[in-house]
Design a protein around this ligand. Structure first.
Ligand SMILES: *[C@@H]1O[C@H](CO)[C@@H](O)[C@H](O)[C@H]1NC(C)=O
Ligand SMILES: *[C@@H]1O[C@H](CO)[C@@H](O)[C@H](O)[C@H]1NC(C)=O
Ligand SMILES: *[C@@H]1O[C@H](CO)[C@@H](O)[C@H](O)[C@H]1NC(C)=O
Ligand SMILES: *[C@@H]1O[C@H](CO)[C@@H](O)[C@H](O)[C@H]1NC(C)=O
Length: 368
């Protein structure tokens, strides 16, 4: 009897860890399990508890792959079903996580009308500085009609609530974003230290959804803590694209960043520096082998200087190393990369693209 008790106690001790989340889709994160016909009115879901693992509120539609709106086939990112959020609608789910770990939440989303749309994403509990963020879904960057987005958070408990909320009020209810493939990936954050540039090769970043060949967008202007690109901030109006070596040419390692929206798309990091000292800023500029051709120019703001690094892209992959010498003016140097020009893929898809940046290093120049 005693040994059974011991086993039970052990099981209980192990269980929370065993249950905590493994990289991949959250339960029913692809919405393949959906409402029964009597829980719907046309495409509208009328029973808020009829999508397993999710709770719905407001005007939410269950979209079936192949479904048309006018002449347009509505995009369903994965499998056969997805959800569309009407005005002020929201969907939420609870997910098991491991307290103390940093997570990147990834999901697929598509706009269905011409208007620019926003999505309010929140993960709670999350203390700082706020637990939600507004993600713009302005321009679509992929050719498939939908994009993947990411959001980072530190798990402050073993269970978090994830809410997608569509805040806009548009005349047409059927205009909100379509959501699908909600997934999580955990990673250990490197110790917070601004002494050296962090994650310069961009290897620590959002979960790229399996079977997607267009990378994942890191939304702009979300607070530092919610950038799924460890160490970096996307400080601009538009997203940057995170790309993987399985589908793109990447100068170093397996991941890199593509500056997809000209001057409206930038990544930055603040590094501790010694005032008056010289540093070499090294990085690769290249193209992702995604038919993004043309004369590219990467603009780097660091300390008080602006540098321009040209790159001729044939759209077939390739990169070059740039080394810039700069003098630190203060104890904190902000380094920022953007693309001077806008580029579009040469496949007539109208998809935005741009130069790739990777392998960023800041090296103090030894005294002569
Ligand atoms: C975003 O969603 C969160 C949680 O649902 C809510 O507290 C916040 O007020 C929302 N923000 C806006 C601007 O709608
Ligand atoms: C990826 O695609 C392959 C082949 O189409 C399929 O067998 C596999 O199940 C897909 N994986 C996911 C996670 O969707
Ligand atoms: C660089 O910026 C610092 C702080 O803003 C300023 O004090 C300094 O004069 C600037 N140096 C140059 C060369 O512009
Ligand atoms: C970049 O540097 C240029 C020239 O020093 C300056 O005019 C510009 O405002 C800087 N941009 C940012 C975003 O810091």
């Amino acid at each position: 009897m005693k040994s059974v008790n011991v086993v039970l106690v052990l099981l209980c001790a192990i269980l929370p860890v065993a249950l905590s989340f493994i990289d991949g889709l959250v339960p029913n994160g692809d919405f393949e399990e959906g409402p029964k016909p009597w829980q719907m009115h046309g495409t509208e879901v009328v029973d808020p508890h009829s999508v397993p693992h999710w709770e719905l509120s407001g005007f939410v539609e269950y979209i079936k792959s192949g479904q048309k709106q006018g002449d347009m086939i509505l995009p369903v990112p994965k499998g056969h079903f997805a959800l569309r959020l009407g005005n002020e609608a929201s969907i939420k789910t609870k997910v098991q996580v491991a307290k103390g770990l940093f997570y990147s939440l990834s999901f697929g989303a598509a706009r269905t009308c011409a208007q620019q749309e926003q999505l309010n994403l929140s993960v709670s509990p999350n203390s700082e500085p706020k637990d939600w963020g507004m993600l713009p879904m302005q321009t679509m960057y992929s050719t498939e009609g939908w994009d993947s987005f990411s959001w980072g958070f530190l798990a402050e408990s073993n269970e978090v609530e994830v809410i997608f909320h569509h805040p806009q009020t548009q005349k047409d209810q059927a205009c909100g974003p379509i959501i699908d493939v909600v997934a999580l990936k955990s990673f250990t954050l490197p110790k917070k230290s601004r002494d050296i540039l962090q994650n310069g090769n961009f290897e620590e970043g959002p979960y790229v959804l399996p079977n997607t060949s267009w990378g994942i967008l890191i939304p702009p202007n979300v607070e530092d803590d919610h950038s799924a690109l460890v160490g970096w901030m996307v400080e601009s109006l538009k997203a940057v694209r995170y790309i993987d070596s399985d589908h793109f040419a990447v100068p170093e390692g397996k991941r890199a960043v593509e500056l997809v929206a000209g001057r409206e798309s930038a990544v930055a990091q603040v590094v501790k520096t010694v005032p008056g000292k010289d540093y070499d800023l090294e990085f690769y500029v290249g193209d992702a082998r995604n038919m993004c051709e043309g004369s590219m120019l990467v603009e780097v703001n660091a300390s008080n200087s602006t540098f321009y690094v040209p790159y001729e892209s044939k759209g077939k992959g390739g990169s070059k190393l740039a080394v810039l010498r700069l003098k630190a003016e203060t104890g904190r140097t902000r380094i920022r990369f953007l693309s001077s020009y806008y580029h579009m893929k040469s496949d007539f898809s109208g998809s935005l693209c741009g130069p790739v940046v990777d392998g960023v290093r800041l090296v103090r120049v030894p005294h002569a």
